[in-house]
Write a protein that binds this ligand. Structure first.
Ligand SMILES: [Zn+2]
Length: 206
């Protein structure tokens, strides 16, 4: 029995996903506030903290240092996202009468199509701890964070030329430090060599 308990304990420790608090990079944790597409604080976001795996944090620190040499800096909107927050998004998406934030975040997309068009999913890479939503504070990217529309697609060419160039620059610097982008959202990145590729966590952010 003792051996059995020890082996369970070892299994849990070996499989524990480490998340650390990101410091020294500017945060605007939208889901811990009312300023997001739902219009209220999201389940699981009890504190406006950015938690990530140490590997993702280290890569972001390197990116921040490189940007700082050009008087630029990161602004982070979302990091690790508990599964209960993703469930909150999905249940909100099914309530078609609640369109409080439509004008700011999805004026051209029917709320009923947010899931089918890939803007809201029932599972998010953010719950694995190495995915982050961010911008470069000083640059214009042609659409705001969480603006659900084709103009937020990385390769959209209807945004102004400087926004196209800025998107290329952001994708390039993130790629250089090991992050992959997401075609429909210029602000969303996942560490390619993420330490936890399969576990979707539901620890609240406290
Ligand atoms: Zn994201």
């Amino acid at each position: 029995m003792k051996i059995f308990l020890i082996s369970i304990f070892t299994f849990m420790v070996l499989n524990a996903v480490e998340l650390v608090e990101v410091k020294g990079i500017e945060l605007d944790m939208r889901y811990a506030s009312d300023h997001n597409f739902v219009g209220s604080k999201i389940d699981g976001y009890n504190k406006a903290k950015c938690l990530l795996t140490p590997q993702a944090y280290k890569a972001l620190q390197d990116i921040e240092s490189e940007l700082n040499t050009q008087n630029l800096s990161l602004l982070i909107y979302d990091c690790y996202r508990p599964k209960r927050a993703v469930a909150h998004f999905v249940s909100w998406a099914s309530d078609l009468n609640d369109t409080k934030m439509k004008k700011e975040f999805y004026p051209n997309v029917k709320k009923s199509e947010l899931i089918s068009r890939g803007y809201i999913a029932s599972r998010s890479s953010h719950s694995r701890g190495s995915t982050v939503d961010l911008t470069i504070k000083q640059l214009d990217f042609g659409s705001p964070f969480d603006y659900f529309d084709f103009i937020s697609h990385i390769k959209d060419k209807t945004v102004p030329k400087n926004a196209i160039d800025n998107r290329d620059y952001l994708q390039e610097i993130m790629d250089k430090h090991g992050f992959n982008g997401y075609s429909q959202e210029w602000w969303h990145f996942t560490l390619d060599d993420e330490p936890n590729k399969s576990e979707y966590l539901d620890i609240p952010i406290d």
